[in-house]
Design a protein around this ligand. Structure first.
Ligand code: BEZ
Ligand code: FE
Length: 309
C-alpha cells in the first residue's frame, strides 16, 4: 500500500463506479480510460496537495478555455499534439515504413473546401504589403514515382500571423487553396511570405503559458495536407528558415526535413520577368508519400474543424 487515499479500497471503488465499470452498459474501453484518467488526476491532486481553491480555479480555467474555443491551442502548446505524431512515427517504424516526408501537427486552423484548381494557384487574394513567395514541387511515391492527381491542400497565415476565417479582417479562404497535381505530379503557387502565429495575448492559452514562463509564438510556416489514392494522407508544414522562433516553436512542430531553403531573388531582370516591382522569394519542396498498407495507424485523423460561414 502506498498509504495514499487514492490507493485506498474506498477510492478505488469510487473510481470504478464513477467510470461505469461496475455496470454492463456503455463502452468498455472508454470506461477503462475514464477510470485511469480519474485516478491519475486524483493522484496528482493528492501528491501535489492541490487545495480545493486551486482545483476549482483549474475547473474554471477549462471552462473558459472551451468558451474561448482554445482547446486545440492548448493541446498543441502542451506538446500533446506533437506527442501524437511521435506515437504514429513509432508505429509506422515498427510496421517497417521508412522514408516519406515527415509529418507534423495539423494545428487548429484548417478549413474544409478551399478553392480547388489544377496544377497551380494564387493564394493571396487580399491586398497586403508582403514579400511575394513562389513555391513549387512534386508529389512522388516513396520510390520517386510522380503522383498525378494528388491533392495538395495548403493554408497559411498572412503577414500579421492571422488565418482567414479566424481573423475576420480577411476575406473567406484568403491564403487557403487546394491544388491538384498535374500529369507530372507537380504543384505550384504564388502567395506572400507569412508571419509566425502568436496565441491571442489575452486568451486562456497564453494565460497558462505565462504561468509556465513560456511564450506562445510559432515560427512562420505553411501547412499542407497531401492526399492521393492508395497513399497515406500526409499532414505536414514547412517552416520559413531564418525565423527567430524556428527552433523555439510553442507547438513543437519544427522537424528536420521540413525547413527548405528560401531563395531571395533581387535581380531586376528576374523581378520584371515575374511581373513584379520588388524582390521575391522562391521555395522548392517535394513531397514523398507512403503507400497505404494494412496494420498501420490511421493517417486520416477525424477531428472537429471550424465550419466556413
Ligand atoms: C498554427 O498552425 O498556426 C497553430 C498550431 C497550433 C496551435 C496554434 C496555432
Ligand atoms: Fe499554422
Amino acid at each position: 500500500m502506498s498509504g495514499l487515499i487514492v490507493d485506498s479500497p474506498e477510492a478505488k471503488q469510487l473510481f470504478t463506479r464513477a467510470s461505469g465499470l461496475d455496470g454492463t452498459g456503455g463502452d468498455e474501453r472508454l470506461k477503462r480510460i475514464m477510470q485511469r484518467i480519474t485516478t491519475d488526476l486524483c493522484r496528482t491532486v493528492e501528491e501535489f496537495d492541490v487545495t480545493p481553491t486551486e482545483f476549482w480555479t483549474a475547473v474554471g480555467y477549462l471552462t473558459r478555455l472551451g468558451q474561448a474555443n482554445e482547446a486545440g491551442l492548448l493541446v498543441a502548446g502542451a506538446g500533446v499534439e506533437h506527442f501524437l505524431d511521435l506515437l504514429v512515427d513509432e508505429k509506422e517504424r515498427q510496421a517497417g515504413l521508412a522514408g516519406g516526408t515527415p509529418r507534423t501537427i495539423e494545428g487548429p486552423l484548417w478549413l474544409a473546401d478551399a478553392p480547388l484548381s489544377k496544377g497551380e494557384a494564387r493564394l493571396d487574394q487580399d491586398p497586403e504589403q508582403g514579400t511575394v513567395l513562389f513555391m513549387e514541387g512534386q508529389v512522388c511515391d516513396a520510390d520517386g514515382t510522380p503522383i498525378p492527381g494528388a491533392i495538395v491542400d495548403v493554408w497559411h497565415a498572412n503577414t500579421k500571423g492571422g488565418y482567414s476565417h479566424f481573423d475576420p479582417s480577411q476575406s473567406p479562404y484568403n491564403l487557403r487553396r487546394r491544388i491538384e497535381t498535374d500529369d507530372q505530379g507537380r504543384y505550384r503557387f504564388r502567395s506572400i511570405l507569412p508571419a509566425g502565429y502568436g496565441c491571442p495575448p489575452d486568451g486562456p492559452t497564453q494565460e497558462l503559458l505565462n504561468h509556465l514562463g513560456r511564450h506562445g509564438q510559432r515560427p512562420a510556416h505553411v501547412h499542407f495536407f497531401v492526399e492521393a489514392p492508395g497513399h497515406r494522407k500526409l499532414t505536414t508544414q514547412i517552416n520559413i528558415a531564418g525565423d527567430k522562433f524556428l527552433h523555439d516553436d510553442f507547438a513543437f512542430a519544427t522537424r528536420d526535413g521540413l525547413i527548405p531553403e528560401v531563395v531571395r531573388h533581387d535581380d531586376p531582370a528576374e523581378i520584371t520577368q515575374r511581373g513584379l516591382n520588388e524582390p521575391f522569394v522562391t521555395i522548392k519542396f517535394d513531397f514523398a508519400m507512403n503507400r497505404e498498407a494494412e496494420n498501420l495507424p490511421e493517417a486520416v485523423v477525424v477531428r472537429e474543424h471550424a465550419k466556413a460561414a
